[in-house]
Design a protein around this ligand. Structure first.
Ligand code: SF4
Length: 191
């Protein structure tokens, strides 16, 4: 549905509007990626990926927000979107995430919950003994809230509302459907 809205001349202007809106979020994700590469990559490669014991991308439930999917759709090529749609149509059967391919995640910008996931082992061996790294990691967690947590106007809510106004409905619109998040918005005077 999102991809359809982003097609054609009208879709192009919508895409431009959203691209402008998400610039600070993309900068946040770039910064987060750079930090993870510098601080976690070697550990993750030797601790999990080499011996295939990684539990990343195999959790039972991954909370994907509407805005996660929309941001990814906006920056993806039609081929990249088709690869995601194909994966949904023929889901893998090994208990791992439907979006995990042989070359990694099919999303260009994976959901924010994935980006900020750390396993218990990394928590114990990298974050706990290194207060500086932990502090930076916590700062990233806080920064995430400035895009996703509706105790103030946030990008993830704005993007849901943009498409609600266009008549689109999705169960992933948690910022406008989840009773818990609606309560937070009400408390902040945002309803
Ligand atoms: S969406 Fe991507 S990063 Fe997130 S669990 Fe699935 S494959 Fe892994």
């Amino acid at each position: 549905m999102m991809a359809r809205h982003l097609q054609g001349p009208q879709g192009e202007s919508l895409r431009r509007e959203i691209t402008g809106q998400i610039k600070p979020y993309l900068a946040f994700r770039n910064e987060l990626d750079a930090f993870q590469k510098a601080r976690f990559k070697d550990f993750c490669t030797s601790a999990c990926f080499n011996d295939k014991t990684s539990a990343c991308c195999s959790r039972e439930g991954i909370v994907t927000f509407f805005a996660d999917a929309l941001i990814n759709a906006v920056i993806s090529t039609p081929q990249q979107i088709n690869a995601i749609l194909d994966a949904i149509k023929s889901p893998r059967q090994d208990g791992r995430c439907v979006y995990l391919s042989n070359t990694g995640c099919l999303w260009q910008i994976p959901p924010v919950v994935c980006a900020l996931f750390v396993c218990d082992r990394l928590e114990r061996q990298i974050l706990a003994p290194n207060q500086g790294v932990r502090k930076t990691w916590q700062a990233f967690q806080e920064k995430r809230k400035s895009f996703t947590w509706p105790d103030r106007p946030v990008l993830f809510d704005d993007l849901e509302k943009l498409f609600i106004e266009k008549g689109l409905d999705s169960p992933l619109m948690y910022l406008n459907k989840s009773p818990g998040l609606l309560k937070i918005k009400a408390k902040a005077g945002l309803l």
